[in-house]
Design a protein around this ligand. Structure first.
Ligand code: FAD
Length: 412
């Protein structure tokens, strides 16, 4: 049996951040990861807020050597209307840029730095069972791909297993999400005609038809991630299989057709459905959940990796306090804190799908201060209570949309 201070389940961004932070504090860590890395995962557009975490765990310098495409803002397109947010003019003080990354490479670069710092990472090993003992210690069953098993005894567990949801599944903690189930169909394409388009390396969110949108995320390797998001019924009218659906969706939009028609696909289009998941309990005796395991909302604002890194960073600071023998108020200092940020994005996700945000994004004569405040939310600074678009997230978007409607009626 292996003994360790902390067992981290999963080697995605949440797992890497936890392993690096806890290792930096001098505690022993073991990482168990089900897949062989590099492995494909979707979620390629980052937010500036995650750079603060990567900076704190000394990863920026190595990541910079990977040459990922830099990202300086968020650009939304609806036919010939453009709504452009530049992170340099955001309201909250913070990072003004981040990256667009093929996640296989990005996640590999993160976990490689963890390995280089001496942390054992068991790839192609799966955590299949956990037994919590008296106090906070636990014994986890780990199985390799040949079926060989061993156990890890840990003082604490960080469950960063993403869609694997190890602890919520083992201990029946899953709850249905309040968000409507959606579907995405996506691929990576050789973006050979990129240079003939305006701002060719920028990420764009294209409104396709009401309630359906497209992400275009160019990478520095010449490929671009393209994905359609909508409800299941929407895709059914474009064919039975995702390749047919993807090709038809490209063909039916003049801009997408001009840029991507007949270009080579790096892989056949894949689909993901009903990804929103949640649990009400983010911690328990001897464990904490971080990253996607806590709650994943929706891809529209690229908040997944930001929440994965920020939640893991916060949780790791508290794990360290715990290992130092200090009292930790998990409910206030972790769950409530994290939930505050999640709730802000949830309001924006709902406002996107009910059309409120599009009304705001494409309104004429926009107030520059409001634009800067919304820009900070889009950069991931969703804990800044000085920003009314954070503090009053539940009501302020609807109020602003009503004001825009009223001005339109008066022709202002
Ligand atoms: P993951 O990256 O999923 O890592 C978890 C790891 O745990 C995996 O490697 C898995 O193999 C491992 N694991 C699982 N079970 C076990 C087990 N039993 N034992 C051991 N290991 C295990 N986010 C963004 O930031 N930007 C985007 O543009 C974006 N677009 C998205 C588009 C779509 C359609 C979807 C569905 C999501 C998108 N996301 C995006 C979200 C993003 O994919 C996730 O939020 C992000 O990957 C979460 O990171 P993580 O470290 O929590 O989990």
């Amino acid at each position: 049996m292996i003994q360790t201070d902390v067992l981290v389940i999963g080697a995605g961004p949440a797992g890497s951040v936890a392993a690096a932070k806890i290792n930096k504090a001098g505690y022993s860590v073991q990482v168990v990861e089900r897949e062989k890395f590099p492995r494909f995962v979707i979620g390629e557009s980052l937010l500036p807020r995650c750079m603060e975490v990567l900076e704190d765990i000394d990863m920026i310098e190595e990541l910079s050597k990977c040459g990922f495409q830099e990202k300086f803002g968020a650009k939304f397109l609806r036919e010939d209307e453009i709504s452009d947010f530049n992170f340099t003019s955001q309201f909250t003080k913070g990072w003004s840029w981040t990256w667009q990354v093929p996640r296989a490479d990005f996640d590999m670069a993160l976990i490689q730095q963890v390995i280089d710092r001496g942390v054992p990472v068991h790839f192609e090993h799966t955590v299949t069972g956990i037994q919590f003992m008296d106090g906070e210690e636990s014994i986890s069953d780990v199985v390799d791909k040949e079926g060989n098993t061993f156990q890890i005894k840990a003082r604490f567990i960080v469950d960063a297993s993403g869609y694997g949801r190890v602890i919520p599944r083992l201990f029946n903690m899953d709850k249905p999400s309040v968000l409507e189930p959606r579907k995405a169909v996506f691929s990576h394409l050789q973006d050979i005609r990129r240079a003939s388009f305006d701002e060719p390396n920028r990420i764009i969110v294209v409104s396709y038809v009401p309630g359906v949108w497209v992400w275009i995320i160019p990478f520095s390797n010449g490929n671009t991630s393209v994905g359609f998001v909508g409800n299941r019924e929407f895709f059914d009218q474009y064919g039975a299989y995702q390749t047919e659906q993807f090709d038809n969706l490209i063909a039916n939009n003049p801009m997408l057709h001009a840029r991507f028609d007949q270009v080579e696909k790096i892989f056949e289009p894949r689909k993901l459905e009903a990804w929103s998941s949640k649990t009400d309990q983010f911690f328990g005796d001897g464990f904490v959940l971080t990253g996607n395991v806590t709650e994943f909302l929706d891809p529209i604002f690229s908040s997944g990796v930001m929440f994965a890194t920020v939640s893991s960073h916060l949780a790791s600071q508290l794990v360290i306090q715990k290992l130092e023998g200090k009292e930790v108020n998990w409910a206030d200092d972790y769950s409530k804190e994290l939930q505050r940020g999640v709730d802000v994005f949830k309001s924006y996700v709902m406002a996107w799908y009910d059309g409120t945000l599009e009304k705001i994004f494409y309104a004429k004569n926009q107030d520059p201060l409001i634009k800067r405040q919304i820009c900070s939310v889009l950069a991931g600074y969703v804990w800044d209570l000085n920003n009314p678009f954070v503090a009053e997230h539940e009501v302020i978007l609807k109020k602003l949309a009503r004001l825009i409607d009223a001005k339109l009626k008066l022709n202002l």
